[in-house]
Design a protein around this ligand. Structure first.
Ligand SMILES: [Zn+2]
Length: 237
């Protein structure tokens, strides 16, 4: 096995994010499976919940589509379409109501020009480009520096770090976007009379677990960035 430089440090910085991520994913699955079996008293499917909440906010033109996959639910701001997975779209469960309302929260953020959502969307292209290229630049530059010495390798590696920092910023901007969507969802589910107060507990469990996955992604990304920075700052040209 090729032991890359400072792998002990990498383990120390990467393990917390990885473990938290695994824990959060297990929690999301557990909470979703549990509350997917609990029907709401009004027996509305996720699609019906989303439609009613969107209409109540005057967002008649936001479309709802059924999309294949598990927990693949999302709101697409480019086409203003809310895509719900079969288990959410078709099911009259507490879990489905929670996820549908959360995605509706993103549509609402979009319509009200919620700033963090705009920033997040603006960061998407740079993040996709950066997160693919950054590790290659970093490792390539580092190896160049190790085997040939000189400034060039270090400069290439630092360029990788800067690109990766954009991806880290993306995971951080995602946090207020996700927390806010869930906050709007919980509030509207009760105020619009879709769920009773005692049914919101299941929604809380599902959405809080989902939020934890985004926290884990941010922790993992920050750990990786710190690793890059610590590894490079110790090097001479
Ligand atoms: Zn979301």
């Amino acid at each position: 096995m090729f032991l890359f430089p400072g792998y002990g440090m990498w383990l120390l910085l990467a393990i917390p994010g990885l473990l938290l991520g695994l824990y959060a994913q297990a929690k999301v699955k557990g909470a979703f499976n549990k509350y997917a079996k609990v029907p709401t008293s009004r027996r509305m499917t996720g699609a019906q919940v989303a439609r009613e909440l969107l209409n109540a906010q005057g967002l008649y033109d936001v479309q709802i589509e059924r999309v294949e996959g598990r927990l693949s639910d999302h709101y697409d701001p480019r086409t203003r379409v809310l895509r719900l997975s079969p288990e959410v779209h078709d099911a009259p469960s507490v879990a489905a109501a929670g996820v549908a309302a959360h995605e509706m929260g993103h549509a609402l953020q979009h319509a009200s020009h919620y700033a963090p959502l705009g920033l997040r969307s603006a960061l998407v292209p740079a993040t996709q480009f950066g997160s693919q290229l950054a590790p290659m630049l970093f490792m390539g530059g580092l190896l160049l520096n190790i085997f040939l010495g000189g400034q060039l390798g270090l400069m290439v590696a630092w360029l990788g770090v800067i690109l990766f920092a954009i991806a880290v910023l993306f995971t951080l901007v995602t946090l207020p976007v996700e927390f806010d969507a869930s906050k709007r969802a919980k509030k509207l589910l009760v105020s619009q009379g879709i769920l009773f107060q005692d049914e919101v507990e299941g929604v809380n469990k599902v959405l809080d677990a989902a939020a934890l996955t985004y926290v884990a992604a941010a922790v993992a990304a920050i750990g990786q960035l710190l690793y890059y920075i610590l590894l490079l700052s110790g090097r001479r040209d």
